[in-house]
Design a protein around this ligand. Structure first.
Ligand code: F6R
Length: 369
């Protein structure tokens, strides 16, 4: 059942190419146009949407956080991402023109369900991005876009995360297509890039031996920090969450630009810091800004563990370790850069002799508020 792997989590990490491929499957026609008739929301309603609010918890919320960058870029619709339990208990501005997107692997998370109910009461259109068929959240939502990750057994979410990002991206591209925000060529090109992701995720898995070695050496680390910028920021948060929940190590993710506003005070000699580096071929000066951050923390003695694209030589002088991922666009990179972080957490927990599939105090599906 574990397919020869030591844990379900390891198996599920290796299922990720298929999880992404299956989530893309059957959602494009032969001409490369997205077909999401399964949504069954009136096109006029989707055209009128003037705000998207993603509600979710934990890893699913980080998937929403990644999707915000992409959807705002493609659709020019403001996207807010909110932890479902926070959304529910304030007085959020939600109305008939709001699309509330609930992201959940289990489809049973009570906090997320309550947020959906609250949004429906305010007249919003609700759409569920959910993995488990027949679960409660899609039943109570106006529409559902299933992620096709297959059953996720390990408590810590991995393949569901990659398929949530994939599904949310499909939603963003579909809205852009429907609303005529982007040239059809650009949408088709992004879809073509998405179709290459399963093969690229496989390459990251094939090269993961070094990540495992480093994780085993680091089994005694008291604390690990994660830095990222743009879509790398939620990836950093996710890397930290995986390490806390699996290895019980104090871990924190920061926006790299925030370093000088406080967190840099934490850097002392030997402090391990993962840095998620954006593509040097990407927009603006994102890449050089993050390289400067690596330089700054290295100068203060940090042990820098860098996740960077193939061919990015600028990071080499400041990196104690470089974990490589294949080249892709800035927005698609999270589907690759999170994988070494998942493997790191899983391997480190394993090295500490912990139960990777059943971390203490946690349940797979949180059905109480
Ligand atoms: C982290 C993790 C949790 C879940 C969260 C939401 O590895 O598994 O943070 O992501 O409890 O669960 P779902 O997606 O089922 O709503």
């Amino acid at each position: 059942e574990k397919g020869g792997f030591r844990s379900f989590m390891e198996k599920e990490i290796h299922d990720q190419p298929k999880a992404v491929a299956d989530t893309l499957l059957g959602r494009m026609d032969v001409s490369g146009r997205l077909v999401l008739d399964e949504l069954r929301i009136d096109e006029s309603v989707l055209r009128a949407v003037d705000k998207i609010v993603v509600v979710a918890c934990g890893t699913a919320a980080y998937a929403g956080h990644v999707a915000k960058y992409a959807i705002e870029h493609w659709c020019r619709i403001p996207v807010e991402v909110e932890l479902a339990h926070e959304f529910r208990y304030r007085d959020p501005v939600v109305n008939e023109r709001t699309l509330v997107v609930a992201v959940s692997q289990s489809g049973e998370t009570m906090d997320t369900l309550m947020a959906v109910r609250h949004a429906s009461e305010q007249g919003a259109t609700t759409l569920a991005i959910v993995n488990t068929h027949g679960s409660t959240i899609p039943r109570e939502s106006d529409a559902v876009l299933y992620t096709h990750a297959g059953p996720e057994i390990a408590v810590a979410s991995t393949k569901a995360f990659l398929s949530q990002i994939t599904a949310a991206y499909l939603l963003g591209l579909y809205l852009a297509q429907l609303r005529g925000n982007k040239f059809p060529d650009e949408i088709a090109a992004t879809l073509a890039d998405l179709r290459e992701m399963p093969g690229k995720i496989q390459q990251v898995l094939d090269r993961a031996e070094r990540v495992r070695e480093v994780a085993r050496w680091m089994a005694d680390s008291p604390a690990v920090l994660f830095l990222g910028r743009h879509v790398g920021f939620p990836v950093a948060l996710e890397g930290a969450l995986k390490l806390k929940e699996l290895a019980y190590i104090h871990a924190e993710g920061f926006a790299a630009g925030e370093l000088k506003h406080g967190p840099i005070a934490l850097i002392e000699p030997g402090q391990p810091v993962f840095v998620i580096v954006p593509s040097p071929r990407g927009r603006d000066s994102l890449h050089s800004k993050v390289v400067s951050n690596i330089q700054e923390i290295r100068a203060r003695g940090a042990r820098t563990l860098v996740v960077a694209e193939d061919g990015d030589e600028a990071v080499v002088p400041y990196a104690d370790e470089v974990f490589r991922v294949p080249q892709t666009s800035t927005l698609l990179a999270p589907l690759l850069t999170v994988v070494p972080l998942q493997i790191f957490a899983s391997e480190l927990a394993n090295a500490k002799g912990l139960d990777v599939d059943q971390p203490r105090n946690l349940a797979k599906s949180v059905t109480v508020e």
